[in-house]
Design a binder for this molecule. Structure first.
Ligand SMILES: [Fe+2]
Length: 375
């Protein structure tokens, strides 16, 4: 029988497991294994690391490289066959759970004019960020929304939803973001197809934005009992204007520049229970300081070009590229232009971290943060 190293995670630190293998202990461990049990001290230092250990790899997906493959999917499968015609983003460290980073899934969905995917609902919360094309729409619980470039749309968990492109539109590509891996990790994931495959439009088109996107205003006397945002679509133009106005009166964050969160206008909190989102503006030549956070982030370049350094590795990005920052990875962002601003959309799982009391952040260099090495 091959010798098993049970003491591979020993640490010579008071309070940590530090038990050397002996013939008697190894025999004991084998007896425990055959009883479907184990000695905690053989794995304790591994399963309770000193700080978060992410299996996710910092990643950049270049849009210009992925786009032809996404368009190829348009030729190869129909929405009826595929359910959803999506090319998903695979993180080499998270292929087992189909995550782009951490417990977050993401993919690029493509639809042609006149196409519409079937209506469905699921336990996973979902969002979309529109990358290109005209005529795209989403229907969420009867609220139909028209979508344009850089618009951000919610399809909260439990809501019936379908997506399509109007007859007079063009081929549209949008990014999906879902917490599917988290739902599966929690063993809480249900999926249903709408009994009629398509749901009716039961409200005026774009009514959620007309009702809830007023500047600091909310419909009087309208109760909102649901746990997700009543505002389902956040349009690009007012988002960019808000960033510019904020930038005119604030230095913003040293780590993120001008960063604004998309919020639930009823509660002021995150847009959905498990996932939050933000848009940030980096001023010309701005280069932020590095920090790290408990939580996983997927960034999409809404405007401009530049680079980010993630755990010491540089990733150059341009419009529509997507990059992943794993939990507790140091990261900083730089606008590559001396004359124009750059904008980064991001979604993340910070609502989960905060709800569970797990959120932390640390500036680079604090408490002995390691020195990043540029490559
Ligand atoms: Fe869905």
């Amino acid at each position: 029988m091959a010798t098993v190293n049970y003491d591979g995670y020993r640490e010579d630190v008071a309070g940590r497991a530090n038990v050397a293998d002996t013939p008697e202990l190894v025999q004991f461990y084998r007896e425990l294994e055959s009883a479907n049990a184990g000695a905690l001290w053989t794995v304790a230092n591994k399963i309770e690391p000193w700080e978060p250990v992410s299996d996710s790899v910092p990643m950049l997906w270049q849009y210009q490289a992925l786009r032809p493959k996404v368009l190829r999917a348009l030729e190869l499968v129909t929405p009826e066959q595929a359910g959803r015609r999506v090319v998903y983003l695979a993180n080499p460290g998270r292929t087992d759970v189909t995550a782009a980073v951490g417990w977050l899934y993401s993919g690029l969905q493509v639809m042609g004019p006149g196409e519409c995917a079937s209506s469905h609902r699921h336990s996973a919360s979902a969002l979309r960020f529109i990358l290109e094309g005209s005529g795209a729409f989403t229907n969420v619980d009867g609220h139909k929304m028209t979508l344009g470039r850089n618009d951000f749309v919610l399809t909260p968990n439990g809501t019936w939803h379908e997506h399509g492109v109007a007859e007079g539109g063009t081929v549209c590509i949008w990014q999906d973001g879902l917490d599917i891996p988290l739902m599966n990790a929690l063993e809480a994931n249900f999926y249903e197809v709408h009994p009629e495959l398509q749901q009716a439009v039961t409200h005026p088109v774009d009514d959620s934005t007309a009702s809830w996107a007023g500047a600091g205003l909310r419909p009087a006397g309208v109760d909102w009992a649901k746990r997700h945002s009543p505002l389902l679509k956040y349009e690009w133009a007012p988002t960019y204007e808000a960033l510019q106005r904020y930038a005119a009166v604030s230095d913003g964050s040293p780590f993120d520049g001008i960063l604004m969160d998309y919020v639930n206008p009823d509660s002021g909190g995150p847009v959905m229970m498990t996932m939050g989102a933000s848009m940030q503006l980096l001023r010309p030549d701005e280069h932020t300081k590095a920090h790290r956070q408990v939580g996983s982030f997927l960034y999409t370049v809404a405007k401009g070009s530049g680079y980010s350094i993630i755990n010491g590795k540089r990733f150059d990005w341009q419009e529509r590229d997507i990059f992943a920052v794993p939990s507790w990875a140091f990261h900083e962002h730089a606008n590559g232009s001396a004359s124009d601003d750059a904008c980064l959309f991001a979604f993340h799982d910070l609502p989960v971290m905060r709800a569970l009391g797990l959120y932390r952040e640390q500036a680079y260099g604090e408490n002995g943060g390691y020195q990043p090495v540029l490559s």
